[in-house]
Design a binder for this molecule. Structure first.
Ligand SMILES: [Zn+2]
Ligand SMILES: [Zn+2]
Length: 113
């Protein structure tokens, strides 16, 4: 489940258009797998710089192709695992810093096909 503050963002037309356009630009292939020469369908448009209540309304972060990566489920999981290891804190729904338990989920069920 996407965290509360992100829910309206992920259901917004702006994000859905951006996500679909990005997936198309990436030819609907997982970019991490492609780096290893493996062809895998990309199903999740991932934010490289993690969305927080402070940046989610900033199009330079939230809707910037340079901050997006199209991934398959397994690479997406890896990206978040690495990020979780690297970072011990995040923001709660009110923008307060807290010690991190779980990451933002881009809601794979809504990913482009
Ligand atoms: Zn992959
Ligand atoms: Zn992600």
């Amino acid at each position: 489940m996407a965290r509360e503050f992100a829910r309206s963002f992920y259901s917004s037309k702006a994000w859905q258009d951006c996500r679909d356009a990005y997936a198309k630009k990436a030819h609907h292939l997982c970019e991490e797998c492609l780096k290893k020469g493996i062809i895998t369908p990309g199903v999740i448009v991932h934010h490289v710089e993690e969305l927080t209540p402070l940046n989610i309304y900033n199009p330079e972060v939230a809707l910037n192709f340079n901050n997006l990566e199209l991934l398959c489920r397994s690479c997406h999981g890896e990206q978040h695992n690495e990020r979780d290891k690297a970072r011990r804190y995040s923001f709660d729904d009110c923008g307060n810093v807290f010690v991190k338990e779980k990451y933002l989920d881009e809601n794979p069920s809504e990913a482009p096909r």
